[in-house]
Design a protein around this ligand. Structure first.
Ligand code: PLP
Length: 416
């Protein structure tokens, strides 16, 4: 096993000097060593409860059903020839189309990262309608590849490549502002996160989503629900958009879809939305789309998520209650908590206070994720498999760390 010192040197010298520094501070010179459920062990013997991992570990680390499925596929055919049909890939397509909105969302396309699914959906909407405009929502996060970045809101990521982006209108969360976005009759699709994740954990009001979808239908535009972070029961439902009756033309999944073991994303769509790909399956391909090893992880993950669904509902209630109590105890540092299910944002008094809190928590044994577009908000993403003892430990660490930080004196800015 490579030493912590060598690992941090490798990151610093060959990946990113500032990332290397940040990792060293967060880990107090230790690095991650093993993961098991909601627990991560570090190279120096300490361990930490993992309520972060950018929403990937909904099933925790190394969920046994997922690792077993991956091991079995490893012994069969981890990589596809792509000129022959692969059973693992087809099995995942069957499962996924029977999972979200059976009989309506009947077609699947697979990628590895969330932005792959976003790119596929935006390309299909354009190819289908012959129009180029996409309506997204202010505060949205849809990824950082060039097409997905066009739909992402944060200036921090858009500004350096502004000249290359176009064709996206961001609307404020205001029903009154929608008409103008559709006025030119050129909208191919609307894309939204039912709860904006990286943008600060903001659930979008149902009146707004209803109106957005209604305008899209009137305009003959497609409706794409980006549930890369919210889907798969992270927020209680398999898909929030489907459960809300929005009848999306495509639902995008990623992050937890690979079971916390492998990278996997998917676009699950109606036959109509998918039509350009049915006509020409090579219209949008990537070398590893539908990779059998990832597909095996995905199929096992879907089953495991359903097995843990009831535990998740119970855990979600306790998380909501605990966060309200925590905020009440630390009103100077914490402005409040908002979220749904197992996706919560904890808003600190400033980006610097959030950065200091993130670091303090990590050093005391609780890992959270910052919000990429809203640096004063930290995300709590407890896995479905969190034990009561791990949750108790998280509350204790949060309480102690919050007590340690004086918001006015916070100086670092590590979040974001
Ligand atoms: C809602 C949403 N869409 C898309 C993405 C992009 O996914 P990825 O980073 O895997 O490309 C993310 C990532 O955080 C996300 O939260």
């Amino acid at each position: 096993m490579r030493s912590a010192e060598d690992t941090l040197r490798g990151v610093r010298e060959h990946i990113s000097p500032s990332l290397g520094m940040l990792y060293a501070i967060n880990g107090m010179d230790a690095v991650e060593a093993t993961g098991d459920g909601a627990l991560v062990s570090l190279s120096d013997g300490r361990d930490a409860v993992d309520f972060g991992s950018y929403a990937v570990t909904l099933l925790g680390h190394r969920h046994p059903a997922v690792t077993a499925a991956v091991a079995a596929e490893l012994g069969r055919m981890p990589t596809s020839t792509r000129v022959l049909a692969n059973p693992a890939t087809a099995a995942l397509a069957d499962r996924l189309t029977g999972y979200l909105d059976p009989g309506r969302l009947t077609r699947a396309w697979f990628g590895l990262n969330g932005c792959d699914a976003v790119e596929a959906a935006l390309k299909l909407a354009r190819a289908h309608t012959g129009r180029t405009r996409v309506v997204a929502v202010e505060g949205a996060y849809h990824g950082k590849s060039l097409g997905a970045l066009a739909a992402t809101w944060s200036e921090r990521y858009r500004a350096p490549v502004r000249g290359l982006l176009g064709g996206v209108t961001h609307v404020p969360v205001d029903v009154g502002a929608l008409d103008a976005a559709f006025a030119d009759g050129d909208v191919a699709a609307v894309i939204f996160e039912p709860v904006q994740g990286e943008g600060g954990v903001r659930p979008l009001p149902s009146e707004f989503l209803d109106a957005l979808v209604a305008r899209a239908r009137e305009a003959g535009a497609f409706v794409v629900a980006d549930e890369i972070q919210t889907g798969l029961r992270r927020c209680g439902e398999r898909s929030l958009a489907v459960a809300a009756g929005l009848r999306p033309d495509a639902v995008l999944l990623g992050k937890a879809l690979g079971g916390g073991v492998l990278p996997l994303s998917a676009m699950v769509a109606t036959e109509e939305f998918h039509r350009p790909l049915a006509r020409d399956p090579f219209l949008h391909t990537t070398t590893f789309s539908g990779h059998p090893l990832c597909a095996a992880a995905g199929a096992a993950a879907l089953e495991a998520v359903e097995e843990h669904a009831a535990d998740g509902a119970d855990l979600a209630e306790r998380v909501e209650r605990g966060l309200a109590e925590l905020c009440a105890r630390h009103p100077g540092l914490l402005r409040g908590a908002r979220g749904r299910g197992l996706l919560w944002g904890l808003e600190a008094a400033s980006p610097a206070a959030a950065g200091d809190l993130l670091m303090e928590l990590g050093q005391r044994g609780l890992l959270l994720s910052p919000c990429l577009g809203e640096p004063e908000v930290l995300r709590l993403l407890p896995p479905l498999v969190t034990t009561p003892a791990q949750l108790d430990r998280a509350w204790q660490v949060l309480d102690e760390a919050a007590a340690k930080i004086t918001p006015d004196l916070a100086v670092s800015g590590t979040a974001g």
